[in-house]
Design a protein around this ligand. Structure first.
Ligand SMILES: Nc1ncnc2c1ncn2[C@@H]1O[C@H](COP(=O)(O)OP(=O)(O)O)[C@@H](O)[C@H]1O
Ligand SMILES: O=P(O)(O)O[C@H]1O[C@H](CO)[C@@H](O[C@H]2O[C@H](CO)[C@@H](O)[C@H](O)[C@H]2O)[C@H](O)[C@H]1O
Length: 499
């Protein structure tokens, strides 16, 4: 069933059938982040047809403006530093494939998505094309092919309220006849696979400004770093909202499809369960991270963070986290001592990964590939682009090894799993230090690592309380151990105290 026809731009009043139909579509979509919340589709903007007037299906990208109950009017989300209204307003990307009303859809044959015919979602009247029924273009192989062809042609589309441009960076392996499928694994966006060659990730909830993952992949690909998928291109666009505010965003990223890739977290668990060694891979992962850090440091802004300020931020985060997870309270003094070790130091800061753990890595026959350089989703864009100290990422990985050990305790009370995690951590740190040109030991790094690890474990306690309460004992165990660890007496802050 499709909704009744609306005007070509869809910008009619409340109770508009097209918006209501899109609301229903969003509410049922796996990638929609507002499930369970009271929301409406306040506007729909298209970025221009990607197909000529006589081509079926007619394909275009549309943006659904989602507003949650009680939200403030859109007064100017100007860019990455101006997203304070994001709680209230979100923009979702839709790939739409339209066919003349009354004509059969793509059917379940070779032109359909992964086997089934996409259902009609909306009906629109187009001045040139007449009455059209629109369905989810992701499920339509013709629509997916249109994206590939337009990428290869570096196409630019425009509409009354928006525009979309395809940027091609590296086309050596791309051809228009590559068959496409929709990635079936867990994810918060939608990835399209083109043969064994490329992956186009369509960002669903749009973030205003440049996408950090594209930005990082561009720099790392340019620097010849082999520990990430090569960037082939991207889709960028802009649009004007009903309130007259102009926004721009990246809509998709095209990268090399990594073949025979195994999720680093799954691989680690598999090795642990088999009692098998993972130190060689861990050492190489440390090397890969150091090389990535070097390239990010050389190509993005750098800074110096005052350790006192960072410690204050971590203490504040702990206070907020304790409201959500009161079990943290009894460890507060010990955790604050970990954070205090940052005081009196100046920390070099640069672009980092920001949300690094084993599931952000893929192991391939040609080695590690690191994905998702977007930082922690819960942070604001300003926080995610702000330079940070690289030990944050190293700490994230150390936590992952501990998580692996805690989730596969074995039958000896977890003793061998902990030894396995310790061996992996030592190997990873050795690989990291060697590739980064750091000494095998240094007190400052140890202190930073402890503070960042404690900060991450606090974050994880809240994450688990909210998402996987059965797992909360894992980060809480780490918090208790870190809070009980005797602190170093040899750092500038302590020396100041003695004087
Ligand atoms: N370049 C790639 N080639 C093949 N598979 C990939 C590639 N990048 C990511 N993947 C797979 O896609 C999954 C989801 O990717 P991710 O970037 O985490 O998606 P999302 O941000 O939408 O949640 C990853 O766990 C991995 O299995
Ligand atoms: O989904 P994201 O990649 O943004 O990360 C979130 O979910 C992760 C779990 O999927 C969570 O990671 C934590 O659990 C992992 C094991 O499942 C472990 O390897 C990580 O070290 C641990 O932090 C992550 O914290 C959260 O932001």
């Amino acid at each position: 069933m499709t909704a009744a026809a609306a005007g070509p731009s869809g910008s009619s009043g409340p109770g508009d059938p097209r918006r209501d139909a899109l609301r229903e579509h969003l509410a049922g979509a796996r990638w929609f982040g507002g499930k369970g919340r009271d929301f409406r589709v306040a506007d729909v903007v298209d970025l221009g047809w990607l197909t000529p007037a006589d081509f079926v299906p007619a394909v275009r990208i549309e943006i659904a403006e989602v507003r949650y109950a009680g939200s403030a009017p859109d007064v100017g989300l100007g860019g990455p530093d101006d997203q304070t209204d994001l709680e209230a307003v979100e923009y979702y990307q839709l790939l739409m494939a339209y066919r003349p009303a009354g004509e059969p859809g793509p059917g379940a044959g070779p032109s359909a998505g992964n086997g089934s015919a996409p259902a009609g979602i909306v009906t629109v009247d187009d001045p040139e094309r007449g009455r059209l029924v629109g369905s989810d273009g992701v499920q339509d192989s013709e629509a997916r092919r249109v994206l590939l062809v337009r990428l290869l042609g570096e196409y630019a589309a425009t509409s009354a309220d928006g525009s979309l441009a395809f940027r091609l960076r590296d086309s050596d392996r791309l051809t228009a006849d590559l068959p496409s499928t929709v990635f079936g694994g867990q994810q918060s966006n939608t990835s399209l696979m083109y043969g064994d060659v490329a992956m186009l990730k369509l960002f669903r909830r749009l973030e205003l400004g440049r996408n950090l993952d594209i930005e990082a992949h561009q720099v790392l690909s340019d620097a010849g770093i082999e520990d990430v998928a090569t960037l082939y291109g991207w889709l960028e666009g802009s649009w004007r909202t009903a309130a007259g505010v102009r926004h721009s965003a990246d809509f998709g990223m095209v990268v090399e499809k990594l073949r025979e890739a195994t999720d680093g977290w799954e691989l680690a668990l598999e090795r642990l369960r088999a009692g098998a060694d993972f130190t060689a891979e861990s050492e190489d992962l440390g090397r890969a991270l150091a090389e990535i850090h070097r390239a990010l440091g050389a190509n993005f802004a750098t800074d110096t963070i005052a350790g006192d300020e960072l410690a204050d931020v971590m203490v504040e985060r702990l206070a907020v986290a304790t409201e959500a997870a009161p079990a943290l309270a009894e460890h507060a003094d010990g955790l604050r001592r970990c954070f205090d070790e940052l005081r009196g130091r100046d920390l070099p800061a640069q672009r980092v990964h920001g949300d690094f753990h084993l599931a952000q890595t893929l192991h391939t026959p040609t080695g590690w590939k690191i994905i998702d350089f977007e930082g922690e989703p819960a942070k604001t864009m300003a926080e995610r682009v702000a330079p940070d100290n690289p030990w944050r990422d190293v700490a994230g990985l150390l936590r992952s090894y501990e998580y692996a050990a805690a989730s596969v305790p074995g039958d000896d009370g977890g003793e061998s799993a902990r030894a396995w995690a310790q061996a992996c951590s030592t190997a990873m740190l050795a690989g990291y230090r060697r590739a980064a040109g750091l000494p095998a030991e240094d007190d400052e790094a140890t202190a930073l690592l402890r503070a960042y690890t404690a900060d991450k474990a606090v974050y994880e306690v809240v994450y688990e309380v909210r998402n996987r309460p059965d797992w909360v004992h894992i980060p809480l165990g780490a918090v208790a151990a870190l809070a009980a660890t005797p602190q170093s007496h040899d750092h500038p802050h302590d020396r100041d105290q003695e004087i």
